[in-house]
Design a protein around this ligand. Structure first.
Ligand code: IDC
Length: 305
């Protein structure tokens, strides 16, 4: 059977829609890793193949910049880049798409480490120049005092040209203020250029209709929006699930053919982790090995939800 990449090839953004090589609307879907440094064992080809068997065509590789083991704090940069490389190669081998995510979080202002980001993306695009299945997410979740859209936009305007030198046509996902919620602000003043998408992140037990309304506003204004992170629990990544809201979001995403990555492919003791805590399998999970959110991902990828 042809892989997703064989069928859909290099992607392009047309209007609000991600489309495939033939210009047909195309939905990327799959899990996001947790911090790659914390759960490196999930970055392996058999794991991604399991996701592919479920119907997934996407893996998001989340590399924290400032948390424990972060790329810009106490992390070993060569080791982290090695993990990304393992992930990119595994996804490529399987004909899947892969997002390299510069996962800012406690370092909420992307401007703070802009020069490091530029250096990182210069290296990544040099290395993956010929890889049409790689997408670049340049700032996971801008947040904090004064980190408004103008701040993020100015950052994007410096990082994007760096990426464009070697990856002129790669899809770039730009985070939005307020933990990637303010897509409406981005829609009022988008970044110039092609092949750009904007991140919305939702945690269904916390972010409800008001956030879908922001997405509708943004898309109605012509902004291409990518759900590069979501889960069905609350914004802490833990707590109770909200199944009703989760279904509303899933329906909303499918109606608009929006791409999505579900947080997180790991076995941490939190609701958003897809693998149960005692399970140490790093691929080939059976239903009994999966948490509620893991089963959700599987059903969602399989078209049952
Ligand atoms: C959370 C993880 C948790 C980790 C924490 C670090 O689930 O295990 O200890 O980060 O601060 C986001 C972030 C994402 C968060 C997640 C849940 O992008 O990094 O992961 N979340 O809080 N945005 C909204 C929720």
């Amino acid at each position: 059977m042809a892989t997703a990449f064989e069928k859909h090839g290099a992607l392009s953004v047309r209007g609000t829609q991600l489309t495939d090589k033939d210009g047909q609307p195309f939905q990327l879907k799959g899990p996001s890793t947790l911090g790659i440094v914390w759960y490196p064992e999930y970055i392996n080809q058999a794991a991604f193949e399991t996701i592919r068997n479920w119907g997934g065509n996407l893996i998001r590789l989340a590399m924290y910049t400032a948390e424990d083991g972060g790329y810009l704090t106490d992390g070993d940069q060569d080791y982290l880049k090695g993990l990304l490389d393992t992930g990119v190669k595994a996804a490529t081998e399987l004909g899947m798409y892969v997002i390299i995510d510069w996962h800012i979080l406690s370092d909420g202002n992307p401007q703070t480490n802009k020069e490091e980001a530029k250096k990182f993306f210069a290296e990544m695009t040099e290395k993956y120049a010929g890889y049409d299945n790689v997408l670049y997410e340049i700032c996971n979740e801008p947040n904090g005092e004064g980190v408004d859209w103008a701040t993020v936009k100015a950052y994007a305007e410096e990082v994007i040209p760096v990426i464009r030198k070697k990856a002129p046509k790669a899809v770039i996902i730009i985070g939005t203020p307020n933990w990637s919620q303010d897509v409406d602000h981005a829609a009022d003043d988008p970044v110039a250029g092609e092949q750009l998408m904007y991140a919305v992140h939702y945690y269904a037990a916390t972010h409800k209709q008001y956030l879908r309304d922001k997405v509708s506003y943004a898309m109605d204004k012509g902004l291409p929006v990518f759900i590069s992170e979501y889960s069905n629990c609350d914004a802490s990544g833990n707590g109770d699930l909200d199944e009703e809201e989760a279904r509303k979001w899933a329906e909303f995403a499918d109606e608009r053919c929006m791409s999505y990555a579900q947080w997180n492919l790991a076995n941490r003791d939190e609701t958003s982790s897809m693998v149960k805590v005692p399970c140490t399998k790093t691929s080939g999970w059976e239903d009994d090995d999966l948490t509620e959110t893991g089963l959700w991902m599987k059903k969602r990828l399989g078209g049952e939800i």
